[in-house]
Design a protein around this ligand. Structure first.
Ligand SMILES: C[S@@+](CC[C@H](N)C(=O)[O-])C[C@H]1O[C@@H](n2cnc3c(N)ncnc32)[C@H](O)[C@@H]1O
Length: 257
């Protein structure tokens, strides 16, 4: 399956703007709870980016491994307070020994991995018996999904449908790879409503803030912004909504394999 690739090296310097210090993330709580529940001693994040979530997990263990494709993102992750063991590589061919980790997770990254099934198989291999795989992110295939980006920016929705595995598809891949006790948890409700010109205060509307917009050409991005402005001319109090769930799809590697 071919899909457009975003060069994270280019945006790595700005990436942490999405994590303002005052903001509380429910998906972080869900990750912490899972790591505690598993009593995880060694944890790997694939697509670890700037290391924001790994740093949070330092409350549970110091054996924190991050793997990312982008040298720029890895270089940013080195500035996290927690000491992280960072490797450059690809999630579909993990450079780790079989049976190494108690928990392997990814956040907002699986849609970049291309061959999702190969990633799930690799995750199964590098987990210890009894370990867990958690894939966290949104599912644009769901019908409970309302994001104004999809209405205004051409090709974004179609591209997301191609890039993202649905939660059902992920569960199937986990089953096929040998995981059991597979479940789906809603871990964070993304809900923001911008009225009228306030929409331009949405930090995610900047072109480099999400891969959805960063993948667009300048012309397509500008055309979307113009469509928003045209609608605001017709209705200055128009509401722009982001309303969807971030899900965790979770699978356990059996104790005896
Ligand atoms: C949206 S960022 C998420 C970063 C981090 N998980 C977070 O939530 O802040 C996606 C990350 O996946 C990385 N990535 C993309 N393709 C990858 C691949 N095939 N293997 C490993 N990492 C990849 C990118 O370099 C980027 O750092």
């Amino acid at each position: 399956m071919t899909h457009p690739r975003l060069n994270y090296d280019k945006i790595s310097g700005d990436y942490n703007q999405r994590y303002p210090s005052a903001f509380h993330w429910d998906r972080g709580d869900a990750l912490l709870e899972l790591a505690r529940q598993l009593d995880a001693k060694s944890i790997l994040e694939t697509g670890s980016g700037t290391g924001y979530w790994l740093n949070l997990l330092n409350r549970v263990t110091s054996q924190l491994y991050g793997l990312d494709f982008s040298a720029g993102m890895i270089s940013q992750a080195k500035s996290q307070p927690a000491p992280l063991k960072l490797t450059r590589g690809t999630a579909t061919r993990l450079p780790f020994r079989s049976g190494s980790f108690d928990l392997l997770y990814c956040v907002d990254a699986v849609h970049h991995f291309g061959d999702h099934a190969a990633f799930v198989e690799e995750a199964f291999r590098v987990l210890k018996p009894g370990g867990a795989l958690a894939v966290i992110g949104h599912d644009p295939h769901g019908d409970d999904f309302d994001w104004y980006f999809y209405d205004y920016f051409d090709t974004v929705y179609e591209t997301d449908l191609r890039r993202y595995p649905s939660s059902n598809a992920l569960e199937e891949m986990m089953k096929r790879s040998g995981f059991h006790d597979i479940e789906r948890r809603n871990v964070e409700h993304v809900m923001s409503v911008h009225e009228g010109g306030q929409v331009f205060n949405d930090p995610f509307l900047k072109q480099n803030a999400t891969s959805q917009l960063a993948l667009l050409s300048r012309e397509t991005y500008d055309a979307g912004i113009e469509k928003i402005k045209a609608d605001l001319k017709k209705d200055s109090r128009k509401v722009f909504k982001s309303d969807f769930w971030v899900r965790m799809v979770l699978g356990m590697k059996p104790e005896h394999v």
